[in-house]
Design a protein around this ligand. Structure first.
Ligand code: BGP
Length: 460
């Protein structure tokens, strides 16, 4: 039997734009997702847009009872900036009341809310001014963060500033998957820097409130980079991949410094962003209380070929490496490598002061899941149970080795909308029938999770 600590957090994660629905109603203004969907609906799987997410805006009472039924003691979601502050300044009272009621009801049912502030959903009014490209976005975010802390600080203990900042940077400014779908390395770095400063300013606002019982962190998608070989070139590629993808946010968040090596590489390549004088001190002074790490797949890298100097893309520093014979989730195309969770646990212990951290997302997206439905209408998702078990085994090993991990959240609770992929890949413990008023039905993995929580562990 692999047991976890008494206070271990068991739960699931989601985000406002992927679950709430009512995306342009009830006082909410448009985010980049709402506008992009209007501009180019053909980019979205089956033209499923952000309006069509799982209707949590109305269904949260029932969803909370479903969480309780599984025994979950925590749940992460986000606030939509555009719902709380539709024009960036004025509180949408209906939106504020919705969040207040949602978070209080979670708490009243013994489910600790972990509330995130930004999950890829840039307000359109701010994007119009340049979004994260402009410094103004840092102060706009700090104001939003302060407003949220003021309004909900008495209900919410655990806050996070950003979910996977690397994703809006890469997808929006390097690889074309998110609006504005620009390809520009220098802009990507500037966007990353402003994101970091927005995070830091939010932490500063949080500390000013002197809410001693509250805690603040950031959620990062992390995997140590695994090199193709031990050759000097591949190892250099690994080092650079780690610098850009792991230490870029983790070092400032935990240690209060941007890695010197990263600064040197950016300098050499003419990629240094515009900064302000006080930034260094702000970063130093505003480290976090805890870290959330999302883990789905490992990052494998090899030495680049045909490089440019100065670098034009991250591929001038490292290339992805496709490991022959790797295990794969064929639906999502992602490698399955649970061992990385152990490595991450050890990395947190050895390089990040053993700061408290938790697995803030882990899960398996499967397309056409209705094919696994039994005669009673229950999805028999044994593959998801195996996936969780394998990852929990590695996590447990990491905790036994002394890593300070306090929880495990799956992605996700009820199948949710996933950006350009719409409802293609399903991740939930509950299936959502989008064609039938978003009706929920429990999958086998939900029953397994319930048992896991009851026993606070599992046997192999
Ligand atoms: C993470 C995001 C989530 C979620 C998840 C699953 O990166 O934080 O928002 O979408 O990945 O990935 P996908 O939905 O792309 O299959």
């Amino acid at each position: 039997m692999r047991e976890f600590s008494k206070a271990f957090l068991w739960g699931a994660a989601a985000s406002a734009p992927q679950t709430e629905g009512h995306s342009l109603r009830n006082g909410k203004s448009a985010s980049t997702w709402d506008e992009w969907f209007k501009l180019a609906p053909e980019k979205f799987n089956e033209q499923q847009g952000p309006e069509d997410t799982s209707n949590v805006y109305e269904e949260y009472h029932e969803d909370i009872q479903r969480m309780k039924e599984l025994g979950m003691n925590s749940y992460r979601t986000s606030i939509a900036w555009t719902r709380l502050l539709p024009d960036g300044h004025t509180i949408n009272q209906e939106g504020a009341a919705f969040y207040k009621s949602y978070f209080s009801e979670l708490k009243a049912n013994g489910i600790e809310p972990i509330i995130n502030l930004f999950h890829f959903d840039m307000p359109w009014w701010l994007m119009d001014k340049g979004g994260w490209e402009v410094r103004e976005s840092v102060e706009a975010f700090a104001f939003y963060a302060k407003t949220a802390f003021d309004l909900f600080g008495d209900t919410v203990t655990y806050w996070t500033t950003f979910n996977e900042p690397l994703v809006h940077i890469e997808c929006g400014y390097l690889y074309g998957y998110h609006y504005p779908a620009i390809v520009d390395f220098k802009k990507a770095i500037q966007v990353g820097y402003h994101t970091l400063m927005a995070h830091v300013r939010a932490v500063e606002e949080f500390r000013r409130l002197q809410n001693d019982s509250g805690q603040i962190g950031i959620i990062l998608n992390i995997s140590p980079a695994y090199p193709k070989s031990q050759s000097a070139e591949d190892l250099k590629a690994k080092e650079l991949a780690d610098l850009f993808n792991t230490s870029s946010f983790l070092d400032p968040a935990v240690h209060g410094t941007i890695p010197k090596k990263l600064i040197a590489v950016l300098k050499e390549n003419g990629l240094i962003p515009v900064t302000e004088e006080q930034d260094k001190a702000l970063i130093k002074a505003n480290t976090v209380d805890f870290i959330g790490l999302n883990y789905y797949q490992p990052r494998r890298v090899q030495a680049p070929t045909d490089t440019h100097f100065p670098a034009e893309t991250p591929e001038d520093f490292y290339l992805p490496y496709d490991l022959p014979g790797k295990r794969i989730n064929p639906y999502r195309g992602w490698e399955i490598y649970p061992e990385a969770l152990y490595d991450v646990a050890v990395m947190m212990k050895e390089h990040y002061n053993n700061i408290p951290w938790y697995v803030s997302e882990n899960g398996m997206g499967v397309a056409e899941e209705e094919g696994f439905m039994d005669e009673h209408g229950m999805i028999q998702d044994d593959y998801r149970i195996d996936f969780m078990k394998e990852h929990l085994r590695e996590l447990h090993k990491g905790i036994q080795a002394g890593s300070n991990c306090f929880g495990y959240h799956t992605w996700t609770f009820v199948d949710c909308w996933s950006w350009l992929n719409g409802y293609r890949n399903r991740y939930g413990f509950y299936r959502v029938a989008i064609e039938d008023d978003f009706k929920r039905s429990l999958k086998k993995s939900g029953l397994w999770y319930k048992e896991l929580i009851e026993k606070n562990g599992f046997s192999d």
